[in-house]
Design a protein around this ligand. Sequence first.
Ligand SMILES: NC(=O)C1=CN([C@@H]2O[C@H](COP(=O)(O)OP(=O)(O)OC[C@H]3O[C@@H](n4cnc5c(N)ncnc54)[C@H](OP(=O)(O)O)[C@@H]3O)[C@@H](O)[C@H]2O)[C@H](O)CC1
Ligand SMILES: [K+]
Length: 531
Amino acid sequence: MHIVTVAEMRELEAQAEHQYGLTSPILMRHAGQSAADIFMAQLLPHHSINDLEVLFLIGPGNNGGDGMIMADNLARAGALVSLYTWKTHELTIRGQPIAEQQIDKELTSGLQSADYVIDALLGTGTSRPLNEDMRALLARVEGERKQRPDLRVVAIDQPTGVHTDSGEVDPGTLRADMTITLACPKIGFFFFPARDFIGELHVGSIALPPTLEHNLSTEMLNTGLCRASLPKRPLNSNKGTFGKVMLFCGSQPYPGSAYLAGSSAARAGAGLITLAVTEKMLPTYASSFHEATFAILPEEPKSEISRGQAHDRAQALTEHLPGYRALLMGPGLGQSPETRETILQVLEDLRNQPPNKRPRLIIDADGLNNLSALEHWWTLLPEGTVITPHPGEMGRLCDSLKVSGGSIDRLQLAREKAREWNVILVLKGACTLVVSPLGETRINWKANPALATAGTGDVLAGMIAGFLAQGLIPFDAASLGVYLHSCAAERVSSELGDAGLLASDLLPQIPRVMRDILHTSFEEGSDITER
Ligand SMILES: NC(=O)C1=CN([C@@H]2O[C@H](COP(=O)(O)OP(=O)(O)OC[C@H]3O[C@@H](n4cnc5c(N)ncnc54)[C@H](OP(=O)(O)O)[C@@H]3O)[C@@H](O)[C@H]2O)[C@H](O)CC1
Ligand SMILES: [K+]
């Protein structure tokens, strides 16, 4: 499913008319019908459409037009519909126009008895800050909701006041419980503050022919997309079928990283996991990770950095690599000069191998921190490398730039840097971005504060390594990792809530979300979220 800017949405609509004769009224009819269908399908279990009180706020443009058609559909299905037309200050209740002098009073009582308010005031045609009287109208709804939290607000196409290109919001914006956006999600929804105003996101159809979308390069990570790239599991398989992962991760102060990343690679379906560790660390891992095998590295020297010893460590690692399809470097490695030197040696060895012989590389955490100390570090990476920085690590990779975890400037930065560095860039954040060097972009909708805890990044890096080992191209491996990681978190937090998740809780959920994705029915266009 593509994500669009306002200009892209307008172009799609223009081409729909130009190439297929789908005029605005035709598209709007589909839009209103589809919004009504989604609304009825998503009614709360104790709500029935019969006698449900729905108050529509109708704006001056086509967004209001969508609302009128939706209202008509709901009325025919049995809902008790009121329509308030903002520009002309007119009100009809169940089809009966209300006399001018009664409107204020009737609007107040309509609000007090409504089960749902539908925001069809403004859509992508919003061209300026909201008028004071529109803010006042939205504030009346908010006031009612404060008194009556069961009043639900549903936004058509977007909540009025959200700037869909920038993710900014007008101070008068009313937070939606559900947004039924039309044709494609809009780019601003995935960035803050707008992300907080969308509620559950549903995507309605306006019957655009899919061929019109061929020029679009930004996609939403969803079940349909990820199902298509999930590795097949043929009956006639053995552990070699699903690839081996080598991990150069963990150190004495941070042993958990290697365990978490290695376990998640295995949970993502990789055939064999090997941890490259020193003899001293071996008992720690061997006692907690029974399924892993080990490549033994020489100890890190205690004092002076020695190129020779770094070389020996790198060599011990690369000698093990033939036959491995993925190498994860970084989580928990620490940042000693010796470790940095070892990483550089390993990178050099990888670059010297033919692309079809070397493992796919993913670098995370301290792998990135070590690199960021070097000039032009990206020239050291083999082609097709995946990097997975969080905003702090991204900032260090960009010469101490302050990188946002949520606002839209991170999109531009990610695209610029994925191209400049020639990497598959996973820029983590509430809505993680996955960007290829060509600028193809996938964005995760599923923000989840439960994931804001130590070790969850190690699990993500391990999952991506696990998918690389199963032969996925790096852009798909990264996308699948990001999406399934958030699905696993959703499963955990559906039981635990928003706080208290341990990174290791994610591990047993990974196979379950893969099973769910394969076996639950999925309708393109209605990827539902709980927030
Ligand atoms: N175009 C199509 O084929 C389809 C569109 N769909 C739906 O339509 C909207 C976009 O419709 P559009 O009419 O372009 O825009 P809006 O409905 O958002 O509103 C435009 C009108 O609102 C006025 N306006 C703009 N900003 C403000 C403001 N801050 N306060 C008050 N009024 C405002 C604007 O006035 P101008 O003076 O600027 O002209 C217009 O009168 C899209 O979001 C979909 O919902 C369908 O989905 C299908 C096809
Ligand atoms: K709206």
